[in-house]
Design a protein around this ligand. Structure first.
Ligand code: PSU
Length: 302
């Protein structure tokens, strides 16, 4: 019915049972400017390979779901200005229209699950936007975590969001939120949000077991692994908070799918690029942990 195409190395990994880590593409097309987006995408793929797993960057190209991109496809996507931002609501429509689009966390989870990939690394998930009591703007990523069995490694939720409300919604939806290596819930560019994380695990093998236990219990959905940005790369809370407040002010009136990309772009300008450097560092860190979890999952399979 729909076409799903595997990159050469992902097809090989599927044949041999090698660990695979999914990666999203919205971060490439809507989250970072060219050419740093391409450098980031390549680096992250190499980090996963160096950690003993195979990267599968997921995107929709001309109506075909790609699980893993060949180098030329990645280069083209990184420069495409007209790519759609595809979430759960528009994925099927994009396939029907033969469109090209990047997949958000939600759409990447859907495609990864269809391809039998259990682990996915990204920067930060979407969540409850500030002022959601008025705008009702809540990312579809949260619902997806509640229903699609993929473990998502992120540096928490982006600090542009309302983090307490994001954690509340995740709790309501029954999504395990597991901080890695610390007690607090990380805030994307900073290690601490000031909020405690509901769960903590320091061992990738334990995170892999929790993933398997959830399936064994017959529970739908995945888990969110909240992995703090490395200390050397973090932006102090008070510094980033100033830029976030300014960006929220400057982007007032922006709605729906445009909110997150516009806020990220404005914070990039205000921080003179520092936010992007930190963003790249945290994605790479998440890719490494994702690879460790994927490796543990493969070795745990009887
Ligand atoms: N992580 C990043 N940068 C990003 C994203 C994640 O470091 O741009 C993307 C993901 O694709 C996520 C999306 O799903 O931001 C959230 O968008 P929204 O708030 O519109 O759901």
């Amino acid at each position: 019915m729909f076409e799903m195409r595997y990159s050469t190395e992902v097809a090989e990994a599927r044949d041999t049972g090698a660990p695979i880590v999914a990666l999203e593409s919205t971060i490439i097309t809507h989250g970072m400017p060219y050419p740093r987006n391409l450098d980031m995408a390549r680096q992250v793929e190499n980090d996963i390979r160096a950690a003993g797993a195979i990267p599968a960057t997921i995107a929709v190209l001309d109506g075909v779901i790609h699980i893993g991109l060949e180098m030329v496809e990645l280069e083209q996507l990184a420069q495409t200005t007209g790519a759609l931002k595809l979430s759960r609501a528009d994925l099927a429509a994009a396939l029907a229209m033969g469109a090209t689009g990047a997949t958000t966390v939600a759409a990447t989870m859907i495609c990864a699950a269809r391809a039998g990939i259990a682990v996915f690394a990204t920067g930060g998930i979407g969540g409850v936007h500030r002022g959601a009591e008025q705008s009702f703007d809540i990312s579809a990523d949260l619902q997806e975590l509640a229903q699609t069995p993929v473990t998502v490694v992120a540096a928490g939720a982006k600090a542009i969001l309302d983090l307490p409300k994001t954690l509340e919604v995740l709790e309501t939806l029954g999504v395990p939120v597991i901080a890695h290596g610390q007690d607090g819930f990380p805030a994307f560019w900073s290690r601490e949000s000031g909020l405690p994380a509901p769960l903590r695990m320091d061992d990738p093998a334990q995170i892999a077991r929790a993933h398997q236990m959830r399936a064994a219990l017959g529970l739908p959905g995945g888990q969110l692994v909240a992995n703090p940005i490395p200390e050397a790369d973090e932006i102090p809370r008070d510094v980033i908070d100033g830029w976030i407040a300014q960006a929220l002010h400057d982007c007032a009136g922006v709605a729906a799918k445009d909110v997150t990309p516009r806020l990220l772009a404005r914070i990039f300008e205000l921080s003179d690029g520092a936010s992007l450097t930190a963003n790249i560092a945290l994605v790479r860190n998440n890719a490494r942990l994702g690879a460790a979890i994927a490796c543990a999952l493969v070795s745990a399979i009887p």
